[in-house]
Design a protein around this ligand. Sequence first.
Ligand SMILES: [Zn+2]
Length: 340
Amino acid sequence: MMKNFVYYALLMVLVVIILPLIIVRGCGYSEESDPSIPDKKPVEEVKINVYITSEDQVREMPLEEYVKGVVAAEMPAQFELEALKAQAIAARTYVYGRLKGLYGSKNDVHKGADICTDHAHCQAWKKKEDAMRNWGIFTAYSNWRKIERAVKETKDMIIVYNGKVINPLFHASSCGRTENVEDVWEGKPVDYLRSVPTNGDEESPNYICSTVFKTEDVIAILKNEYPDIECNEKDLFSDIEIIDYTEGGRVKNIRIGNINLKGTDVRKLLSLRSAKFTIEKVDDGNIKITTTGHGHGVGMSQWGANYLAKKGGACEEIIKYYYLGVEITKISEYEQKENI
Ligand SMILES: [Zn+2]
């Protein structure tokens, strides 16, 4: 009986742990460099300082290792490889832009580090062990190897527009179109961050999501932010009017009582998943808000990227679809040009 148990246990180890490793190793992927890409002089490994927000400490790590942790945290590992590669290029571009000081100073909360792991501030990042623990034993190793592959196959790649590193904004899912950046944040239009049609976003979880808000809660939130607001407190719905929409189809301006707000303000105040929303009055006089998509809507839609990858799109095509007029270059080439 005991002997049978030992055999069974060994068999399970073989099936669950060793076999998947053999299969994954055997799928033809080699870590050696692609001979079709001419090797220029060896590039020194770039290291960065990352402020790990949850641990309140700064850790130095190679840039490429950092990018793996961003892909693991920012995109579902079951996504297509080419979508993960597009995410790796966007993540690398962002941290490289930070290193170059291109997006203004954010160092006040970074304790001197180049970047932090707060997704709302910079971009999310996960330790390998944490990512693997979340995935569970059956997918942990294959998922991590897939992410490693996405990062290695895009090693050193960044996105530029007119020779300058871009701000590669991305979001979870759109709602049929992405947004023009100036419709979401104050500032001038950016040539590569324009509204484009997207597909595949509807495959994302909670793509359409409804929440019922108590009228008094909405009024309390509004009064806290806008103390001078006057509105019909008995029938708030009748005192709300969507004025216009952005090119991306989200609420641009909305009137509530005597004040005008942007759709993005309402999204922030009520923690809505997106600024594409409709408002209804429900039976008890409260209001129901239904959102479509998830995120600010600017730049690359991750679910849209996965859709393009499923249709056979390569990472370069995905990047160029969502960021108009850009090129992909290598950090080494970019730095050589900078030094000329
Ligand atoms: Zn940050």
